[in-house]
Design a protein around this ligand. Structure first.
Ligand SMILES: [Zn+2]
Length: 299
C-alpha cells in the first residue's frame, strides 16, 4: 500500500527570481468547488469525467489551489490578489477552514502586510478580494494602493449589484466585494488595458470571467511572467478550453478570451502564473490540436 503524502497547503510558500524581481508565491489554502457537473455544467458531465480520469484527477470533486503572487521589484512590493480572508461573515462562511491562510503563509515567508505597497486585483471574486480585510472588517494592507479596472470596480460597487432581483448567492458575493473594497476607497487607482501602473507591470483587460477581469504582464530584464488571474481554474479547462465554467460572468466572452490568451501564450511559450492550478502555479503550456497541457516551470 502506498504511503499517503501530506502537504500543509495552508502555510507554504515558494520563491524564485524574474530578472531582478524577487517573486514569492504564498498559499491561501486549497478549496473545492464540489462536483464536476456543478463546476462545468450537467451537459458536459460525461466528457468531463473522461478528461478527469485521463488526467488521473478525482472524478467526484473539483479541487483548486489558492496561489497568491508577491513581487518585490526592489522599489515596490506588489501583492497580486488577496485571497479569501477569514471573516466569519464572508470567507470562513463561504469556504470553511481550508482557505484564508495567506497571512500565515506570508509571515512564514517573512513578509508583513505593512510592507505591501500595491495590491493588483485581477477581479473582485471572493477568493481574490475577500482577504483585503480582517475578520472585523478593517483594511489589512494599510500602506497599499489597490489597482483594479474601472469596469470591475463599478460592477461590484454599484447599488444594482445588491438589487433584490438578483439571486441571494449573487448578492452575497457583491456584499463581500463591497465590504472588502470600501475600506480602501481612498487608496484605489484604476488600471486600463495596456497601462503600466508600476515599472515592469502592465495591465491587460481580459473580460469574460468577470466584467473587468484583468491579467498582468510582469517583466524584468527581458524575463516575463503572465499573471492570468482566473483565465483557467482547472486542468479540465486546458484540455477543453471551450467548456462552460459556472463562475464565468459572460460564458461566451470568457471562452473567447480564454482561447485567445491560451493560443498566444502557447505559441510564445509564455511563462504563466496561475492562481488555481497546482502550487506554486508557475508553468508553460503545450498545445496538441485544440487542447493544452500544463508544464510546471519550477519543479
Ligand atoms: Zn479564483
Amino acid at each position: 500500500m502506498m504511503n499517503e503524502t501530506t502537504i500543509d497547503e495552508t502555510s507554504i510558500s515558494a520563491k524564485f527570481m524574474l530578472g531582478k524581481f524577487e517573486c514569492t508565491v504564498v498559499s491561501d489554502g486549497p478549496f473545492t468547488l464540489g462536483s464536476p457537473s456543478k463546476a462545468f455544467g450537467e451537459n458536459s458531465a460525461d466528457e468531463v469525467t473522461r478528461i478527469l480520469a485521463e488526467l488521473s484527477l478525482p472524478t467526484d470533486s473539483v479541487n483548486l489551489q489558492q496561489n497568491m503572487l508577491i513581487v518585490n521589484t526592489g522599489r515596490r512590493r506588489i501583492l497580486f490578489d488577496a485571497g479569501s480572508g477569514r471573516s466569519p461573515d464572508f470567507g470562513a462562511k463561504a469556504f470553511g477552514q481550508s482557505t484564508g491562510h495567506m497571512l500565515k503563509s506570508m509571515a512564514k515567508a517573512g513578509i508583513s502586510p505593512d510592507e505591501i505597497d500595491v495590491i493588483a486585483i485581477t477581479h473582485a471574486h471572493p477568493d481574490h478580494c475577500w482577504g483585503l480585510t480582517d475578520p472585523s472588517g478593517k483594511a489589512i494592507y494599510k500602506n497599499a494602493t489597490v489597482l483594479i479596472s474601472e469596469a470591475e470596480f463599478d460592477h461590484w460597487m454599484s447599488p444594482a449589484a445588491l438589487d433584490p432581483s438578483r439571486s441571494a448567492a449573487a448578492r452575497f458575493i457583491a456584499q463581500g466585494a463591497q465590504a472588502n473594497l470600501s475600506p480602501y476607497i481612498d487608496q484605489i487607482a484604476f488600471v486600463d488595458d495596456g497601462d503600466d501602473p508600476i515599472e515592469g507591470v502592465t495591465a491587460l483587460l481580459a473580460a469574460g470571467h468577470s466584467p473587468g477581469h484583468t491579467l498582468y504582464q510582469i517583466e524584468s530584464e527581458g524575463d516575463k511572467l503572465l499573471h492570468w488571474g482566473d483565465l483557467v481554474h482547472h486542468p479540465v479547462l486546458l484540455a477543453k478550453p471551450d467548456l462552460g465554467f459556472v463562475f464565468d460572468f459572460d460564458g461566451a466572452q470568457a471562452v473567447r478570451t480564454r482561447l485567445k490568451v491560451l493560443e498566444k501564450a502557447a505559441s510564445e511559450n509564455t511563462k504563466i502564473f496561475s492562481c488555481h492550478l497546482d502550487f506554486p502555479g508557475i508553468g508553460h503550456l503545450s498545445r496538441t490540436q485544440g487542447s493544452y497541457e500544463w508544464r510546471s516551470a519550477l519543479f
